[in-house]
Design a protein around this ligand. Structure first.
Ligand code: SF4
Ligand code: FES
Length: 264
């Protein structure tokens, strides 16, 4: 196994693991924004830069997607690496200067605000990290959103900036967005979930026992389909919230029944 030495501390990692993996193994913090283990690394934010010592020369590399194949030496704390990350943070802040998550991360990096003017109003607070489009495509298997526009107008959007037919309103994009640009709104009056800013809406499924909101109807259908479960057969069971489902299963066991799944 190759050894990664970070600021003098060595750790072995599996071949192909990244410098970021090595740092985390050592408990060394490197700031990240576009890193998420659920998706292939887009490496768009550049916030995780470290200085790699190549013997004769040193090079800045993004730690989240730099695979370790041989013994290497790295510095997270070198003047050059710290300055590079702070510079990137100032640029990133210029896209979303009021964003609280970003400000908190900046403070942790020792960056207090940005001297740069705000560079975009294309989509409030979006830092173009690409995590939302990646999770939609790689994990959910859809392509309901993508990048649109150029330069300062570049933003994540649904096709033609209209509600996307492909969207099942699962909310994965909102969950993964590191700066809270994508929001889930519940419309009490129509019993709908909305993924904002994409304007996509879907009916919410309510638990048939207690009435609690569960997930959007398209999500339930998608999950059952992908798991090869007969939607018609399990329709009622699937429409229970987790608590009612557990109660029903416990009742079935107490009554000597083997439970819905095994009754098949
Ligand atoms: S909406 Fe959020 S997750 Fe998507 S690119 Fe912008 S900042 Fe990243
Ligand atoms: S976390 Fe590495 S480039 Fe964004």
């Amino acid at each position: 196994m190759p050894t990664v030495t970070i600021d003098g501390v060595a750790v072995e990692v599996e071949k192909g693991q990244t410098i970021l993996d090595a740092a985390r193994k050592l408990g060394i913090w490197i700031p990240t924004l576009c890193y998420h283990p659920a998706v292939a690394q887009p490496a768009t934010c550049r916030l995780c830069m470290v200085e790699l010592d190549r013997g004769g020369w040193k090079q800045l590399v993004t730690s989240c997607n730099y695979p370790v194949r041989q013994d290497i030496e790295v510095s997270v704390t070198s003047e050059r690496a710290v300055a590079a990350r702070r510079g990137v943070m100032e640029l990133t802040l210029a896209r979303a200067p009021e964003n609280e998550q970003l400000q908190a991360l900046a403070r942790r990096m020792g960056v207090e605000g940005t001297p740069l003017p705000m560079v975009s109003t294309a989509q409030r607070d979006c830092i173009l990290c690409g995590l939302c489009t990646a999770v939609c495509e790689e994990v959910i298997g859809r392509a309901a959103i993508g990048f649109a526009g150029r330069g300062m107008d570049r933003a994540v959007a649904s096709p033609f900036r209209q509600p996307a037919e492909d969207c099942i309103a699962c909310g994965a994009c909102a969950a993964i967005c590191p700066v809270g640009t994508i929001q889930i709104r519940i419309h009490e009056d129509t019993d709908e979930i909305e993924i904002s800013p994409f304007k996509t809406r879907a009916k919410l499924q309510r638990c048939t026992e207690c009435g609690a909101r569960v997930v959007s109807l398209p999500v339930t259908e998608e999950v059952l389909r992908s798991a090869n479960i007969d939607w018609e057969k399990y329709r009622e069971h699937a429409r229970l919230c987790p608590a009612c489902r557990r109660r029903q299963a416990a009742g079935a066991i107490a009554a000597g029944s083997t439970g819905t799944r095994q009754q098949e």
